[in-house]
Design a protein around this ligand. Structure first.
Ligand code: KG4
Ligand code: ZN
Length: 335
């Protein structure tokens, strides 16, 4: 089965072509960071307009790179939600139009399901069931995945997502948007024990996260330093902040795996590209006798390949349609 997948939930216009769940034939991503960078965050109206401009060339490019014509495409997969509604509607409407004109069935894919299954784009793939940590700009959640279409939420953030915390701390320090990749680079040369920032463990049994207190603590530290007219130890702040986030993400994920008795742990979402998270998760899972599976960093951040992969399983489950009444949704279906 040849699948053409489209992702437009936030600030990347992306298209990919897959052969079943086995072979990725192309994976094109057009990032809008240049446009949103100067505002320090994604401007929804600008994002949807840019998707509208880019979607046709990006899809065209994905088909060209895969050396596949539209007539060879058996199914379309598109991100239905969660995300920015105006952005999602661009991808969804484009897909519906293709489906209508070419009579190709399509499936609406949950963006989180895409992140959850992105690990299957790696060479080493896990077996079900597994516990997955999905940490992105919009979500920080732990799931129990029983099969490719069934996920149970075990924990989630009560306030900011992990990626959002990285981005807000980046802004506070005057770094470029998005903060995550910049902070992780600066952190590499900083001492993670230089400043003690709080870890929100919440109740002893909780698998939920909270990052807003940590963000406030970084803000207070930065303000104190500025009031004293002292130089900001940026690398030290980045490393200490990053360690506080990563520490809690890792330990709660391991706790979740222990609770349900699975021995495989999976990472996904933009924050899973963070080298320190990958390093500490590998170390701690090994110590605990668990197996860790991670997508390569380029499949952690938003892409259409993961949407195609999740879409393939929806086709296998017979959930495709030719109807044009599918609607986008902004909030996750999982909670
Ligand atoms: O999954 P993603 O591309 O989009 C959403 O679904 O939100 O995740 C984007 C988030 C941003 O908050 C970004 O700062 C964060 O992932 N991110 C990182 C790193 N690379 C991307 N956070 C920490 N370290 C990184 N290396
Ligand atoms: Zn995402």
């Amino acid at each position: 089965m040849i699948i053409l997948a489209i992702e437009s939930s936030c600030d990347e216009t992306a298209a990919a072509v897959l052969e079943d769940d086995k072979k990725l034939l192309s994976n094109v991503i057009n990032s809008q960071i240049d446009i949103h960078g100067k505002y320090g965050g994604v401007v929804p109206e600008l994002a949807s307009r840019k998707h509208l401009e880019d979607i046709y060339p990006v899809v065209r490019e994905a088909l060209n790179q895969a050396d596949v014509s539209l007539n060879q495409v058996d199914g379309l997969a598109v991100t239905q939600g969660p995300g920015l509604i105006g952005c999602l509607l661009v991808g969804l409407s484009f897909t519906k139009a293709l489906s209508l004109v070419k009579k190709i069935p399509y499936v609406g894919v949950d963006h989180m399901a895409g992140h959850l299954l992105s690990v299957f784009l790696a060479d080493t793939k896990p077996n079900f069931p597994f516990v997955a940590l999905i940490a992105s700009g919009g979500h920080s959640s732990i799931f129990l995945a029983s099969n490719p279409t069934s996920f149970q939420l075990m924990g989630r953030t009560r306030d900011d997502a992990a990626g959002e915390a990285f981005d807000k701390v980046g802004k506070l320090l005057g770094l470029a948007y998005p903060g995550g990749p910049v902070i992780s680079k600066l952190a590499a040369t900083g001492n993670s024990r230089a400043i003690t920032f709080p870890r929100a463990w919440l109740d002893p049994d909780s698998l939920d996260f909270s990052f807003s207190g940590l963000k406030t603590s970084v803000a207070n530290y930065v303000n104190q330093q500025r009031q004293r007219s002292e130089d900001l130890p940026v690398e030290e702040i980045c490393a200490s902040f990053q360690e506080a986030v990563v520490d809690v993400l890792v330990e709660k994920t391991i706790r979740a795996a222990r609770r349900v008795g699975v021995d495989s742990v999976v990472l996904g979402g933009g924050v899973a590209a963070n080298p320190r998270l990958r390093e500490l998760m590998s170390k701690r899972t090994t110590e605990e006798g668990l197996q860790i599976f991670m997508p390569p960093p380029e499949f952690c951040t938003d892409n259409a390949a993961m949407i195609g992969l999740a879409g393939y399983h929806l086709f296998q489950a017979g959930l495709e349609t030719l109807a044009t009444d599918m609607d986008a949704y902004s909030r996750s279906l999982f909670f």
